[in-house]
Design a protein around this ligand. Structure first.
Ligand SMILES: *Cc1c(COP(=O)(O)O)cnc(C)c1O
Length: 397
């Protein structure tokens, strides 16, 4: 009996395909079937599958030095931190292995800031309903989503939930023990919802008045995903702290949290650490990936195809008003809110060799490699049109 069961912890329910090779936006299974990848490992393969520029960076580094730990200086960390801080609000960077680890570090930094200021009572973190910040205890408590929390013991104290997009709901929670606030400029898992510039500006103003810190969780929305390096750049609002991961390694597991020097004032020798974070392999790939993403012509191209995708999805909505409620998202992080469970549509698209994701709130999610072409987008749109038409025909029959 046990022999037939998977030796993997059954917390995922993946389809039968086993993928063995990828190139650009295409990915092949072990039977040789070819699929168009419009989800990119959930917004990770920013430069597509096995991009030559990252292969080169990784294999050259692999022949030299893999790991020393943070007991020693890692040259690639200094290089990449210099680039990140040159181009954004942050002054200091800490490299991690994952998005969750970046979130964990961000939250710790925020509380430590207030302790360093002599206000250790300021511990409360405000998060938003529908958010996702990872699966560690701090991350699931910051998100507050019951489906991530249930069965894992008591909710941690010091985490409060407001309503995404509703500044008044935030104001109602702010008080003398508020330490910080964590928000995704574009909610990914929760249903591909972009925060308005006005909302982000309101949060910034409130934070400055009350003296709490803002964390932007750009784990999914960053690394060029919305057509700017970081999604918050669209609004002109800067955070005090930012967590990144997913696309920044282009498929190599890495992330980072970064902050202004002022916000990071409590993070001194010995208070935080990681064994693997920022190791030479990750940094070789992270530097090469960032160099590509920061080419102006690269981001110009992302915006061209992102507009093309946005318009194409509007077309899908107009052609299928009985199934599609609205289009959502920004750049190449897009969603179609459906009137039905998107999982069925996702499976039918997979049968047509197009891979997409789903998100909360009945949303079909697209987050293709940033190097996707108009022709590839049209290929995906044709498949979506066909599947939705088939769905309507079935419902009508
Ligand atoms: C994926 C994600 C995380 C968690 O990142 P992991 O690398 O899976 O730990 C955190 N925040 C957001 C917004 C994400 O999309």
């Amino acid at each position: 009996m046990a022999a037939a069961e998977s030796p993997l912890l059954p917390v995922y329910a993946p389809p039968e395909q086993i993928f063995v090779r990828g190139e650009g936006c295409w990915i092949w299974d072990d039977k040789g079937e070819k699929y168009l990848d419009c989800i990119a490992g959930i917004a990770v393969n920013a430069l597509g599958h096995a991009p030559p520029v990252l292969q080169k960076a990784l294999t050259e580094q692999a022949a030299k030095l893999w790991h020393t730990s943070n007991m020693f200086k890692v040259k690639g960390q200094l290089d990449l931190a210099e680039k990140y801080t040159r181009d954004c609000f942050a002054d200091v960077v800490f490299f991690t292995n994952s998005g969750t680890e970046a979130i964990e570090g961000s939250l710790k930094l925020v509380r430590k800031y207030h302790t360093a200021n002599g206000n250790p009572e300021r511990v409360d973190i405000i998060g938003f309903a529908g958010s996702f910040h990872g699966r560690s205890y701090a991350a699931i408590n910051a998100s507050g989503n019951p489906s991530y929390l249930d069965g894992f013991g008591p909710k941690l104290p010091g985490y409060l939930q407001a309503t995404f997009g509703d500044l008044e709901s935030v104001k109602a929670l702010v008080g003398p023990t508020t330490a910080g606030l964590i928000v995704e400029p574009v909610q990914g898992e929760g249903g591909v919802r972009a925060a308005s510039d006005e909302f982000l500006r309101g949060l910034r103003k409130l934070a400055d008045e009350v003296g709490f810190l803002i964390i932007f969780d750009e784990v999914q929305s960053g690394a060029g995903r919305t057509g700017k390096m970081w999604a918050h750049e669209w609004s002109g609002v800067t955070p005090d702290v930012m967590a990144v991961a997913k696309g920044v390694g282009g498929g190599f597991p890495m992330g980072a949290f970064m902050a202004t020097r002022e916000a990071a004032k409590g993070m001194v020798v010995g208070v935080h650490g990681t064994t693997f974070g920022g190791n030479p392999l990750a940094m070789a790939v992270g530097n090469a990936c960032y160099d590509e993403l920061s080419k102006p012509e690269f981001m110009e191209r992302v915006n061209v195809v992102a507009n093309f995708l946005g318009q194409a999805l509007e077309g899908v909505k107009d052609r299928h008003p009985d199934l599609v409620v609205e289009t959502r998202g920004k750049g190449l992080l897009r969603g179609l809110k459906l009137k039905i469970n998107p999982k069925e549509i996702q499976a039918k698209l997979r049968a047509r060799k197009v891979l997409v994701g789903v998100a909360g709130d009945n949303v079909l999610r697209l987050a293709p490699p940033l190097v996707i072409s108009e022709a590839e987008i049209s290929h995906a749109i044709d498949a979506i049109d066909a599947v939705l038409a088939e769905q309507m025909a079935q419902a009508g029959a």
